[in-house]
Design a protein around this ligand. Structure first.
Ligand code: ATP
Ligand code: MG
Length: 723
């Protein structure tokens, strides 16, 4: 191969990094400056010029997807397959090592990985076995404690409790948990890393074998490594046999909440021999408008390592900012922008919608479905397929139609009410014998006295719960039905007790389900159904709609966290308002606020040609309207890069960037009404215009009446007058 080809499409600094003699190297550079590209070319260079075999290369990426892409890119550059090269995530690589050396690692050959949910369940069993009340020893904090210590490389015996009784008990639980794992050959995620570290720390021969084998170690997204990962890399590269290249950007460290430590970049310069630092300052991804805007935002953080990022790319379009009247209006605007994008001849797959929280996807999904636009949710499930939503729908289905066996199976013991597998199988058998539903079978078993003691009580309490729920939601509006069911079933309390990011997201989703009910409009073809039946049908249809498959052209939807490292010609960031982003949980804590700002920087710098940022001036959260102002992050963008957009016309606002105005939409379809306007209806009284669709004779408006709640009315018949 002509090796100059490996340097051709690189700038001077990138070339310096790719072609440097073997040494420990830090490539510190901002978003889109070609860090990942440098890593790929460096791997090829090491093989072609330094004659390092693929077998001797270890590359670490942040996600499995990134690992697959990197392997593909190296193979494309080299023109052959690279099976023997190790490319993977820290967890994947640790797993591979432990499999190869399970004996030295003290593990059975067929050890199993415990995922986070399994780990949680095991901790609950341990607490029970230790007779510890979950009220005082909540399993979630115990889980954080165990994983947090493992991330710092600490076993129970290493933990200094300073004589504190609570700390001592926590340490005891950790030890009991670890014993249970060891007895059953179970390894949790944090344990993979810790054990891989111990494997080398305790076996110098093995370590030196790998030091000689992996002559070149390369790490992407280094700013998000945690301490045990760092210690593991340090062991591997402590000899004189190999060298390491790390690439990263302190401004893109977004996993601090999960134990990542951006200071590892500073430590690297101290802890590794003869390090050189190379900075890349030219951005190749984004237009100068997008880049300058992102730079201005991140400039508000303190204590940055500091980078000058420039581009000689075109200026491009201004960043569009749209203030939705509410979240439906925001979603409709986003869909209109995607349609425009399509009409300009672009592919859907070149567009991405990014949001702060998973729960935000629901309104966007519905707007896209409504217009028949294909979408993919990357790194997550579609709204109606999420566990907690299926749990809640399971209860609603039971109440609506108790003979639904799938729903019965789903919720009978969620939250746990002590109905064991044995009782359940009795129910199943009885149902089969009598050719009836599981619900009827339970009634039979209860009334015939076929069950005893705890099993009987547990099944009876479930049966009472469902009957009572049915009573309580009778004659209630749809959203109340959902709200009552979520609460009285114990689902809300169950997820609330879990705490942590994931549980928080589940609560948000449950709240979003209530909102979905409130916004639900019964389609004409289902008018004879009860609102609940119609809603459940709608939910299963949406869930059944298969996710656009990988080769289908589809809009990409994901949280900003999962967009790390990716790029898209069009990026739409949704929900950029105070109260959403920055996440209100940050409580203005300086450290967390800066991490939110870095997240915003990551989001903005995913955009290549066009960036659109939207927010909603009012958003329905758990059936209540919350009023928000534009996010501080948008206000941090210099005015000359921003263009405020309105639905029908585009008005430049060159003078200043102020988004504090009240809702001021164009009147729609010449109807004489505006979103947000107060109107009077002959029968329903006064209300406020929330939404509209269609035009001419088909135009419909949604009005939230003070007394009667929200209703859709055909404009031509409604005879609305302004209040
Ligand atoms: P991030 O911080 O977001 O991970 P990065 O620094 O890893 O970004 P890359 O993804 O490697 O950046 O590169 C960004 C884009 O710029 C890619 O499309 C890449 O192909 C392109 N690029 C990088 N270097 C050059 C170059 N010298 N000439 C032309 N294009 C380049
Ligand atoms: Mg990258």
């Amino acid at each position: 191969m002509d090796v100059s080809r490996l340097l051709d499409d690189l700038n001077d600094n990138q070339r310096e990094a790719v072609a440097a003699p073997q040494s420990n190297m830090l490539v510190l550079a901002g978003a889109g400056s070609g860090k990942t590209r440098v890593l790929v070319h460096r791997i090829a260079w090491l093989m072609e010029v330094e004659n390092i075999a693929p077998f001797s290369i270890l590359a670490v990426t942040f996600t499995n997807k990134a690992a697959r892409e990197m392997r593909g890119r190296v193979e494309a550059v080299m023109g052959r397959s690279m099976n023997t090269m190790w490319i993977g995530t820290f967890h994947g690589i640790a797993h591979r090592l432990l499999r190869s050396h399970h004996e030295e690692a003290g593990l059975p050959e067929n050890f199993q990985i415990l995922d986070s949910d399994d780990q949680y369940r095991l901790i609950r069993r341990i607490l029970k076995a230790m007779n510890l009340d979950e009220k005082h020893w909540a399993p979630r904090p115990v889980q954080w404690y165990i994983n947090g210590n493992k991330d710092e490389g600490l076993r129970p015996q290493h933990i200094d409790t300073h004589g504190d009784a609570t700390q001592q008990k926590m340490r005891e639980i950790y030890a009991a948990y670890q014993d249970a794992c060891d007895r059953s050959g179970l390894v949790d995620f944090a344990e993979l890393l810790l054990r891989a570290h111990e494997l080398w720390a305790k076996n110098p021969d093995l370590l030196s074998h790998y030091q000689r084998r992996f002559r070149a170690v390369l790490v992407d997204e280094f700013q998000d490594t945690n301490n045990i990962q760092y210690a593991w890399l340090r062991l591997l590269c402590s000899g004189n046999d190999n060298s390491i290249m790390i690439v990263g950007d302190d401004d893109q460290s977004i996993y601090g909440w999960r134990g990542a430590n951006v200071d590892n970049i500073h430590h690297f310069l101290k802890d590794f021999n003869d390090t050189t630092t190379i900075r890349l300052e030219q951005n190749y991804r984004s237009t100068s408008t997008i880049l300058n805007a992102a730079n201005a935002v991140i400039d508000n953080n303190q204590g940055r390592l500091g980078k000058d990022l420039w581009t000689d790319g075109s200026q491009g379009e201004a960043i569009s900012v749209y203030a939705g009247f509410n979240e439906l209006d925001e979603a409709r605007f986003i869909v209109s922008q995607i349609k425009d994008w399509l009409n300009q001849g672009h592919a859907l797959a070149d567009s991405a919608i990014l949001y702060r929280n998973n729960a935000q996807s629901r309104v966007l999904e519905e707007a896209l479905l409504h217009e028949g636009i294909a979408y993919r949710i990357y790194g997550g499930l579609r709204f109606f397929e999420r566990q907690e939503i299926k749990d809640a729908l399971g209860y609603l289905r039971m109440v609506n139609h108790p003979h639904d066996d799938a729903a019965f199976e789903r919720v009978v013991n969620t939250p746990s009410r002590g109905i064991g597998e044995k009782t359940l199988s009795q129910v199943r058998i009885t149902a089969r014998e009598h050719n009836c539903s599981m619900w009827q079978a339970s009634q039979l078993l209860i009334s015939e006295g076929a069950l005893k003691g705890r099993a009987l009580n547990a099944l009876r309490s479930f049966s009472i719960l469902i009957s009572e729920l049915e009573q309580h939601i009778l004659d209630q509006p749809l959203e109340k039905q959902a709200d009552i069911t979520i609460k009285e079933s114990g689902l809300f309390a169950m997820y609330k007790a879990e705490r942590g990011e994931k549980a928080q997201a589940r609560l948000e989703n449950l709240e979003e389900l209530v909102t979905a009910c409130k916004q639900f409009i019964i389609p004409e073809e289902a008018e004879e159904m009860t609102p609940m039946s119609a809603f459940l049908a709608h939910a299963s249809l949406e869930a059944g709609e298969t996710q656009a498959d990988t080769n289908q052209d589809a809009v990409q939807m994901m949280t900003i966290h999962s967009a790390k490292g990716l790029e898209f010609p069009l990026v739409i960031m949704a929900g950029v308002e105070e109260g959403m982003f920055p996440n209100p949980m940050t409580n203005d804590e300086p450290g967390r606020m800066e991490e939110e700002r870095r997240l915003c920087y990551v989001g903005m710098t995913r955009a290549m040609q066009k960036l659109i940022m939207t927010y909603a001036e009012s958003r329905r959260v758990y059936g209540q309207d919350k009023y928000h102002t534009v996010s501080r992050f948008i206000r941090e963008i210099p005015a000359e890069h921003v263009q405020e957009v309105r639905l029908k016309s585009t008005i430049s606002r060159p003078v200043h960037n102020r988004f504090s105005r009240a809702a001021s939409h164009e009147s729609f379809e010449d109807s004489g009404f505006q979103l947000g306007q107060r109107v009077v209806h002959r029968k329903f009284g006064e209300g406020i215009v929330l939404n509209y669709e269609g035009s001419g004779d088909h135009a419909r408006v949604q009005v939230n009446f003070d007394e009667f709640g929200s209703k859709w009315l055909v404009l031509a018949y409604a005879k609305l007058e302004s209040a």
